[in-house]
Design a protein around this ligand. Structure first.
Ligand code: FES
Ligand SMILES: [Fe+2]
Length: 347
């Protein structure tokens, strides 16, 4: 199955790339070196030297260019050879570079046609820009699974009941139905649970909470960007009056069989409370790395390299959103390639 190419993929959190340093990561089967010059400007180039193919991300940044760790050729942000220790730096020594935009505390890369890389298409995550550090945390996990299995997981909140009983289980499975809205941008899945006990994790973090209206809303857009708002609202009250957590989940394919899983969160309450921030970040990282990721990796292993639809998965009622998302992505990929989309079954 091919990838969607003409779109922005989350490449790294800003904080993962220090000044005058490099980071090697593979996206869509292509090895890329991210680096930042001394003044902090980030760039992305092919992670394979034009001379003897050494990984450039293992080198260091010298005078704003990435120096190959093997024989010292240097490449600038445009991939041009900026320095050749043995003679003139020639145009033919250049390597590929990729459009890269830094916004909302993240680096976004464009793996498709560079001329189509419009920065206005970078997902808008304004709430990550305006919050203090004490209300923001970001995490990264490497997953040995197809990236769509990871995005299915966020569109499927029923699993919380079984996989996260002590933290995120809300007890609404089978009792409440979500609403699903298809928009031009993607899919909006909303669970609203009136007059509920708060989630076990919320109760631990905010012990004064009583019965509340729970809100969980996932906004999916292709290829795999999901904003998840989880709120504990006063009974019968407005969303704006609730305790809101704004979470982001983004998957970037590394290969067909592996993915980068980026997550981040901010909130609208106790934003100066750095201890609370650390507690939330630790709980989340713990849940994703010890509960979600292991089961998804085992699912992928059980699939034995076969296609998702070819295995004829049984579809349950609440799989509707994830199936819609898979279809939307398949259509976008097919449109990009100018072919007919495959037709997954109706849920
Ligand atoms: S492999 Fe990079 S300079 Fe030789
Ligand atoms: Fe989960």
């Amino acid at each position: 199955v091919p990838y969607l190419r003409n779109c922005w993929y989350l490449a790294a959190w800003s904080e993962e790339l220090a000044h005058a340093s490099a980071l090697g990561r593979t996206y869509l089967d292509t090895a890329v070196a991210l680096f930042r010059d001394e003044s902090g400007v980030a760039a992305a180039v092919e992670d394979r030297c034009s001379h003897r193919f050494a990984p450039l991300a293992a080198g260091k940044v010298v005078k704003g260019a990435l120096q190959c760790p093997y024989h010292g050729l240097r490449f600038n942000a445009q991939g041009q050879c900026a320095h050749n220790p043995y003679g003139p730096a020639l145009r033919a020594m250049g390597i590929r570079s990729f459009p890269l935009v830094e916004r909302s505390r993240a680096l976004w890369i464009w793996m498709g046609e560079a001329k189509d890389a419009d920065p206005a298409l970078v997902p808008a995550l304004d709430y990550f820009e305006s919050v203090p550090d004490s209300a923001f945390s970001a995490g990264y996990l490497h997953g040995k699974a197809h990236y769509e299995l990871l995005s299915d997981n966020i569109l499927d909140l029923t699993h919380t009941e079984y996989l996260h009983p002590g933290t995120l289980a809300a007890g609404f499975v089978g009792k409440v139905r979500p609403t699903i809205e298809e928009t031009e941008a993607g899919i909006v899945l909303t669970w609203f649970v009136p007059d509920s006990e708060p989630l076990p994790l919320s109760r631990k973090l905010l012990p004064d909470l009583g019965r509340s209206d729970l809100l969980m809303r996932v906004e999916w857009s292709a290829p795999a960007t999901m904003k998840l708002t989880s709120g504990t609202l006063p009974l019968g009250g407005a969303e704006a009056d609730g305790y809101l957590n704004h979470n982001l989940h983004v998957m970037t394919p590394e290969t067909e069989a592996s993915a980068h899983y980026f997550f981040a969160a901010t909130r609208n309450y106790r934003v100066e409370d750095a201890d609370l921030n650390a507690t939330i970040a630790a709980a989340r990282a713990q849940i994703f790395s010890t509960e979600d990721l292991p089961i998804i990796e085992r699912v992928y292993e059980r699939m034995g390299g076969r296609d998702f639809w070819e295995l004829r998965p049984v579809l349950l009622r609440d799989d509707e959103a994830s199936v819609l998302a898979r279809r939307r992505l398949a259509r976008a990929i097919a449109a990009e390639r100018g072919t007919l989309p495959p037709a997954p079954p109706e849920p």
